[in-house]
Design a protein around this ligand. Structure first.
Ligand code: ADQ
Length: 738
């Protein structure tokens, strides 16, 4: 079984210096716990930054830290103060973080920080490569390391790479604003499996891939020229049992056994038994909607005076990224709002908001989750939000209400919560009222459903699912690669070619000999291709046929000077070399005036599409159109045409980003057999890239060396990755010494 390594910005330990002695303190967060179980059981290493800047350690100290971490199967990536400022606080948190959370006005674009991001990603990749062995698996985490998958894949292609994004992936209209969008997207696509918290983020990502790179996407698989990449949603869970157990434990504790914080809370509740508590917990971040929540609470107090003295908001904000100016500004805004609300609605014995700007130990966090009647999680954007899940896991009493923003990934899993729009103060205030008034029976009913779900899909199940999907993608790639022409198969084919005395080669044009181009008229043979074809033709044992969907004018213009056979329009026109073009089957084009207006109406309604008129067929091209709209229109067009063609002897054929209407019964398979005639070659090769070529693979005799260019399913005997590879193979044949 292959080893699985983890790569993340931070290692799952904090390094402490206690009176000159370094020691490690393990992170107890859910993610660290879930992933520890993965890398430990698969014998891997966790690679990341230790949390101490390298300039603050001398050589002896840094090797001590390194040694301590090695004992825990961790490998460190040293980062300097400058790295942290430019790569982490800079590009990661001033560019990607705000942009991916839709805060375009806060997004800064800084060349120097981008340079540092690239350079630090390279450091992470280098460190990973020093640990990785061919065939290993690595799971990379989050937006700080977008470029690493590609950097690893380029240098060690046999490593299986998983990538999980913990924050939202924004819609294309947002993502496109990034000057380095191509670098970022190509970086992620070095992965074999890409995971997001929700289907929406997955959808946005696929849409960016489609628009920026034009790769073929079938369901959740991306087909690049040489690989297939799987994309899926894995909603991250928490260590449910840990919160649940702690909560049960606290229910049984005597006051003396519990923490000071817990005792203080209990004392307060005894003095004010009718007080309802609302909880709010986040890192102090502008994505979390803290000011919005405070304003909604103010709105609630204004509209419900009957609740004065009867409700308290406990607001916990964990200091976060406080070196970044925007976070300092937010802190000031929150301080002022809290002061204002407490000033207006408070009295000597009533403080509406208890505000804590600090982190709390786990036990105290659970005390709060247990004690508070309502949890308000109302971020303006949040990848998932684990606080909501932790609250649910801690409600061993079975009651409690969640007021949840629809902008948090977690809302997708908790439709039983009260779902609100965080920008709608009135709605949030109403939801708060509804939460406070909800009967215990209804609370329990809603909570039970959520609890079941969160318990089942915990962080361990999440990690297991991701790992299982990694194995699945490995198997899929092996399956797709099963027909790949290996070096030894290639050698055998060249040998067979050398021994043969009568060779026939059927070669498709677009996608096989030349790559696709936005403008089909610009996809012409270049000098390299012409040289290969000329050279192949020079050997009089070779009979080359270019078999294409192109019209005869195009083929004649670009290849007419070569002694090759040509088949145009998928088989309507034939030309044996040195002879004139002829039409071996009876076809007509009287249907064209009836069908053309249908295609024209689709061109009018779908910008970027156009009609190509060949002698006996019509083609609607949609490669340059907005991809999602074009796919939809392509289906509509097929539908519309089906009604019309029933009584005409014509058929619809779908190629690569084209829909072609042509005479029935004519295809590349029939055409290839006609060209072959009585000839019985002892080396017969057919190569093509799309399903119009599958006719050829089906009709030609069994001993044909059929080659599919690309990775999709095929009836061909072999697959070759790309046009480039195909050319290299043909070159080898052309230059072989016989
Ligand atoms: P975060 O933005 O950090 O995570 P979240 O998922 O809510 O957001 O996790 C916060 C964690 O910090 C929780 O485990 C919580 O218990 C803890 N915490 C918060 N306040 C605390 C306090 N005062 N004291 C102690 N602990 C406190 C990013 C993304 C999220 C995504 C996670 C995981 O922004 O959208 O859910 O990663 O993928």
């Amino acid at each position: 079984m292959s080893r699985i390594h983890i790569l993340s910005n931070r290692l799952p330990f904090s390094v402490k210096n206690e009176s000159g002695e370094f020691c490690l303190e393990p992170s107890v967060g859910g993610l660290a716990t879930g992933l520890k179980s993965v890398y430990k059981s698969y014998n891997g290493t966790w690679i990341g930054w230790s949390g101490i800047v390298s300039d603050s350690l001398d050589a002896v100290a840094s090797s001590q830290v390194e040694e301590l971490l090695n004992k825990e199967a961790c490998a460190t990536v040293p980062l300097s103060q400058e790295d942290i400022e430019l790569y982490y606080e800079g590009f990661s948190n001033k560019t990607i973080w705000p942009l991916f959370h839709y805060f375009t006005q806060r997004t800064e674009y800084n060349e120097k920080e981008w340079g540092a991001y690239e350079q630090v990603n390279r450091k992470f990749a280098d460190r990973a490569l020093s640990v990785l062995e061919p065939g290993d698996t690595i799971w990379i985490h989050d937006y700080q390391l977008f470029l690493v998958p590609q950097l690893i894949k380029e240098r060690m292609p046999t490593v299986t790479i998983g990538f999980f994004l913990h924050i939202p992936f924004p819609s294309f209209e947002i993502f496109r604003q990034l000057p380095w969008r191509m670098e970022l997207i190509n970086g992620i696509l070095g992965s074999d499996l890409i995971g997001f918290h929700t289907y929406d983020y997955e959808r946005h990502f696929l849409s960016s891939v489609r628009r920026l790179l034009g790769y073929e996407i079938i369901l959740n698989k991306i087909f690049t020229s040489d690989r297939v990449i799987m994309v899926d949603a894995f909603p991250m869970g928490i260590d449910f049992d840990r919160f649940n157990r702690q909560s049960f434990l606290q229910a049984e504790q005597t006051p003396m056994e519990s923490s000071d914080f817990h005792q203080e809370l209990n004392a307060f509740m005894q003095q004010s038994p009718n007080r309802k508590l609302i909880l709010s917990i986040d890192r102090l971040d502008y994505t979390k909607g803290i000011p919005h929540r405070l304003k909604a609470f103010r709105h609630f107090l204004q509209s419900h005076p009957e609740y004065h003295q009867k409700v308290t908001l406990i607001m916990l904000a964990v200091p976060s990224r406080d070196n970044v100016e925007q976070y300092q500004i937010l802190k000031k805004e929150v301080d002022e709002l809290v002061g204002n609300i407490n000033g207006v609605f408070g009295s000597i014995n009533y403080t509406p908001i208890w505000y804590f700007y600090r982190s709390l130990p786990f036990e105290d966090l659970v005390s709060l989750y247990r004690l508070c009647d309502v949890l308000m999680v109302t971020p303006v954007r949040d990848g998932m939000n684990l606080v909501a899940k932790e609250y649910v896991a801690s409600r061993t009493q079975g009651d409690g209400v969640l007021v949840l923003s629809e902008m948090a990934g977690v809302a997708k899993e908790m439709s039983e919560a009260l779902i609100v729009n965080p920008n709608n103060e009135t709605e949030m205030s109403l939801a708060l009222f509804q939460a406070l008034e909800m009967t215990p029976a209804e609370q329990k009913q809603r909570m039970a459903i959520i609890q079941q779900r969160i318990k089942r899909y915990d962080v361990f199940k999440w990690a297991d699912d991701f790992v299982e999907a990694l194995f699945k993608v490995q198997a899929l790639q092996n399956d797709l690669a099963a027909k790949k022409i290996t070096t030894s198969i290639r050698r055998q084919l060249v040998e067979r070619y050398n021994l043969a005395q009568n060779r026939a080669l059927f070669l498709d044009f677009d996608g096989t000999l030349v790559p696709f181009h936005k403008d089909p008229q610009a996809a012409t043979p270049d000098s390299e291709l012409l040289e290969v074809l000329e050279r192949l033709c020079r050997d009089n044992r070779n009979h080359i046929t270019i078999i294409s969907g192109r019209d005869k004018v195009f083929l004649e213009k670009h290849l007419g000077h070569l002694p090759v056979n040509m088949i145009a329009e998928h088989g309507i026109w034939h030309k044996q070399h040195h002879q004139a073009w002829n039409m071996p089957s009876i076809v007509n084009n009287t249907w064209i005036p009836d069908i053309r207006p249908i295609l024209e109406s689709f061109v009018d309604r779908t910008p970027g599409t156009f009609i190509e008129t060949k002698g006996y067929s019509l083609v609607w091209h949609y490669r340059n159109a907005e991809p999602e709209q074009a796919e939809k229109r392509a289906n509509e067009l097929k539908d519309a045409l089906t009604h019309f063609i029933a009584n005409l002897n014509i058929e619809i054929m779908e190629g690569n980003k084209v829909i072609e209407v042509k005479n029935g019964g004519i295809n590349k398979g029939v055409a290839a057999l006609q060209i072959l005639g009585q000839n019985r070659p002892d080396f017969l090769l057919a190569a093509g890239d799309d399903w119009t070529d599958e006719y050829m693979f089906r009709e030609l005799p069994d001993h044909t060396i059929s080659i599919k260019v690309g990775l999709n399913r095929t009836r061909a005997l072999y697959k070759i990755e790309s046009v480039k590879e195909m050319r290299s193979f043909l070159k080898e044949l052309a230059w072989t010494l016989t």
